[in-house]
Design a protein around this ligand. Structure first.
Ligand SMILES: Cc1cc2nc3c(=O)[nH]c(=O)nc-3n(C[C@H](O)[C@H](O)[C@H](O)COP(=O)(O)OP(=O)(O)OC[C@H]3O[C@@H](n4cnc5c(N)ncnc54)[C@H](O)[C@@H]3O)c2cc1C
Length: 478
C-alpha cells in the first residue's frame, strides 16, 4: 500500500464513518417514530432541525433531540397526540424570540414556523395569519391597501408568542395591544382537538389567550385580527448624539410629550451611553400625521436647534418607509443578551431621571441599552380584567438589555443591568410584561398577571389539567 493509497483509505474510511454517524439519528428517528400526517420530524442536529429551531437569545439556545415541524393544524394535533402517547415532554416554538428560552427544549420541540400564511382581507378590515408569520410581513402585506395592524415593533417577531403575551408596538396608543385586536383563533388543545376561541366560542380560553402567554394553554394554528384603514402615516427613525444633560432632558420630557401629542403617535426611546457624559438617543415609532406635522411633533421634543434629517421621518407607504418597517433580516441571528423589564406607572420626576443617568455613568459604555416604550391611549380603554393582560393605566415599559461581549464577564454585564434597573425601582409598578420575561424574576406569576392570576389558573385547570403545555414560567395549575 502506497502512502497515498493509505491516506485515501483512511480518509474514505473516516468520511464513511462520518456519513454513517450523521445518518444514525435519522435512522433512529425513523425507527422510533411513526410517520405523522402534516408533520416533518427531524433530529435537532440535522440541517433542517437547526434551521427551524432558531433562538434570538443565544444564551437560551438548546438543540432538541427532535423537532416536529407542523405544516397543518391536523399536523399539530397529530404531534401533540404522539408526544402524549410517548410521554414526551416538549416545548412549542414559532420563531424563537422568547428572551428567556421558553420555546427551547432538549428533547422535543413542536414547531409552528411553517404555519406562516398571511391573508389580508382589506374589504372587511381583517387579516388572518399563521402563528409562525413574522409580524413585519403582516405589516408589509397590509401596506398596499393602507391597512394597519398594531403590534410589535420588530420585523421578525412571531405572531403567536407576540399576541398571546400582549403585543406592544408602534400603534399601541392608537389601536391598543395586538391581543386587543384579536378576533378569533384556532388552537390545538391538550387532547389534540382543534378548537376555536372568540368572544362567543370558548370565551374563557379566548380571554386567557389575550395576555396569558404562549406555551400555556395549547398550540395556536391560526389567528384573525381586526385591522384599520389608515390613509396617512409616517415612520419616525431619529438618531442623535447628546450630552448627558440634553439626554436627561429628552428622557424626562418624552414622558409628557408622548401624551401631549395625542393617540396618533406611538414612539420608543432608546438610550445608550457612548462614553462619559455622551449618549446616543434614538426615537423610533409611527404617527398618523402629514410629514410636515410629524417634523413639528419631533422638533417639539428635541428642540428647534436639533437638525432632523428629512430621511428620518418618511411616508410609511413609500419604499423607504417600508424598508424601515423591515428592520431585521429574514434569518434570525442569535445574539447573547441579558434582558429585564419594568412598567413605570406615571412620568418620573427630574430627580428620578437623574438617578437613572447617575447609574448609567457607573456602567461601561454600551453596556446597557434602555428601550422606553410609550403605552397609554387605547391600551387603557380596555379594563385590566377584560383580557388576561393586566397592565393597563401604565405610562410606559422600560426594557433593559445588555448585549454580552467577550471583554466583560457575565457578572459584570448583570451588575450593570441591575444597577440601572435599581434606579427605576422606586417608580416601577412591580408588574412585568410576560413577553419580556427573565428567569431570575421572583414571584413571576403575580408579576406577569397580577389580579388576573386566579382566573388564568382556573382556565388552565379547565383546558389543560395535566399540564401538557408547560415551561419554566407557564401559567401554573394552582
Ligand atoms: C428582538 C426582539 C424584539 C421584540 N420586540 C417586541 C415588541 O416590539 N413588542 C412586544 O410586545 N414584544 C417584543 N418582543 C418580545 C416578543 O413578543 C416575545 O419574545 C414573544 O414571546 C415572541 O414570540 P415568538 O412566537 O416569536 O417566539 P417563540 O420563542 O417561538 O415563542 C414564545 C413563546 O410562545 C410560545 N409559542 C410559540 N409558538 C406558539 C404557538 N403556535 N402556540 C402557542 N404558543 C406558542 C412558546 O412556547 C414560548 O412560550 C421582542 C423580542 C425580541 C427578541
Amino acid at each position: 500500500m502506497t502512502a497515498l493509497q493509505s491516506r485515501r483509505q483512511v480518509l474514505s474510511g473516516a468520511l464513511a464513518a462520518a456519513a454513517v454517524n450523521s445518518l444514525l439519528p435519522i435512522k433512529l428517528a425513523r425507527a422510533a417514530t411513526p410517520a405523522l400526517d402534516g408533520v416533518r420530524l427531524w433530529p435537532g442536529e440535522s440541517p433542517d432541525g437547526r434551521r427551524f429551531s432558531g433562538a434570538f437569545n443565544y444564551m437560551t439556545r438548546k438543540t432538541p433531540e427532535f423537532r416536529a415541524e407542523c405544516s397543518t393544524a391536523q399536523g399539530v394535533s397529530n404531534a401533540v397526540k404522539w408526544a402524549r402517547d410517548q410521554g414526551r415532554d416538549f416545548a412549542i416554538h414559532s420563531t424563537g424570540h422568547c428572551f428567556a428560552g421558553h420555546s427551547m427544549h432538549e428533547r422535543l420541540v413542536i414547531g409552528t414556523s411553517s404555519l406562516k400564511e398571511i391573508r389580508p382581507r382589506p374589504d372587511s378590515n381583517r387579516i388572518t395569519v399563521g402563528p409562525g408569520a413574522f409580524i413585519g410581513n403582516a405589516y408589509l402585506k397590509l401596506a398596499s391597501s393602507r391597512q394597519a395592524l398594531g403590534g410589535g415593533s420588530y420585523y421578525s417577531v412571531g405572531m403567536a408568542g407576540l399576541t398571546l403575551g400582549g403585543g406592544i408596538g408602534f400603534r399601541s396608543r392608537k389601536s391598543g395591544l395586538l391581543c386587543d385586536q384579536l378576533e378569533s383563533l384556532t388552537m390545538v388543545d391538550a387532547n389534540g382537538r382543534i378548537v376555536r376561541a372568540s368572544e362567543t366560542e370558548n370565551s374563557d380560553l379566548f380571554w386567557a389567550c389575550r395576555g396569558g402567554s404562549g406555551g400555556s394553554f395549547g398550540i395556536v394554528t391560526q389567528m384573525t385580527f381586526r385591522t384599520a384603514f389608515v390613509p396617512l402615516r409616517q415612520v419616525i427613525h431619529v438618531h442623535i448624539a447628546a450630552s448627558r444633560n440634553e439626554a436627561e432632558r429628552i428622557v424626562h420630557d418624552w414622558q409628557y410629550w408622548s401624551e401631549a401629542q395625542g393617540r396618533g403617535i406611538t414612539t420608543h426611546l432608546q438610550v445608550v451611553r457612548r462614553k462619559s457624559h455622551r449618549y446616543l438617543i434614538g426615537l423610533t415609532g409611527e404617527t398618523e400625521a402629514t410629514n410636515e406635522n410629524a417634523h413639528r411633533q419631533v422638533k417639539a421634543l428635541f428642540g428647534a436647534r436639533t437638525t432632523i434629517h428629512p430621511n428620518w421621518i418618511v411616508d410609511y407607504y413609500s419604499d423607504r418607509g417600508l424598508r424601515l418597517v423591515k428592520n431585521a433580516d429574514d434569518v434570525i441571528e442569535p445574539y447573547p443578551i441579558l434582558s429585564k423589564s419594568d412598567f413605570i406607572a406615571k412620568p418620573m420626576p427630574r430627580e428620578g431621571i437623574r438617578s437613572v443617568f447617575d447609574a448609567m455613568e457607573k456602567t461601561a459604555p454600551g453596556h446597557v441599552q434602555l428601550t422606553i416604550e410609550a403605552l397609554g391611549g387605547a391600551i387603557d380603554d380596555v379594563a385590566p380584567g377584560a383580557t388576561a393582560y393586566p397592565h393597563r393605566g401604565v405610562a410606559y415599559v422600560v426594557e433593559f438589555r445588555s448585549n454580552l461581549s467577550s471583554i466583560f464577564t457575565l457578572a459584570e454585564h448583570k451588575n450593570s443591568l441591575d444597577l440601572v434597573k435599581a434606579a427605576y425601582a422606586p417608580y416601577a409598578t412591580g408588574g412585568v410584561y410576560v413577553n419580556y420575561p427573565y428567569p431570575t424574576l421572583e414571584n413571576w406569576a403575580k408579576a406577569y398577571w397580577g389580579d388576573n392570576l386566579p382566573r388564568l389558573m382556573a382556565v388552565k385547570r379547565n383546558w389543560d389539567p395535566d399540564n401538557v403545555f408547560h415551561h419554566a414560567q407557564s401559567v401554573p395549575l394552582a
